[in-house]
Design a protein around this ligand. Sequence first.
Ligand SMILES: [Fe+2]
Ligand SMILES: [Fe+2]
Length: 180
Amino acid sequence: MGIDVTGVLKEEHQLILRMIALVDANVGLMERGQFRNWQFYLDAVDFIRNYADRFHHAKEEDVLFVELVRNGMPEKNSPVEAMHIEHEQGRAFVRGMEEAVEKVMAGETGQIQLIAKNARGYVELLRGHIDKEDTILYPLAERVLPENVRSGMLTGYSAAEKQMPGLEEKYRRLVEKYEK
Ligand SMILES: [Fe+2]
Ligand SMILES: [Fe+2]
């Protein structure tokens, strides 16, 4: 094995898992009436949309998955398709969470259960998703992707990073702030 093309993605999973752990813990507190910081959920939605989705999932969808398909993985009925579907399911949970939080902030009642349902749905989905990528899809990619596409993939990743300068630092700080 030569150039590693999944290590950077695995590292990003670690920050995503830290945000997910915060969501999980705060939902539990919220259900016991001990957490009413609605802004946290909006910040979590912002993190998920920009860091997890626009940044991390874009690297997967625009670079890694594309190379896997170019190198023989079918686009349909395949691990790549399954991962795409889970990214979409995640987006739906995030929309549901955001809508319920906006309602509660506008004074509507009965939203706690909806926040919890969507937040937990996202937490469970993403934990399973990240586990599958870390233990199945990424090791498979490292086995099957030829050496001559790998440096181009890293260039593709850094193009995504350059489009959003300072993003990684910003969201790392956000996670650290809520972990305190
Ligand atoms: Fe993914
Ligand atoms: Fe991922």
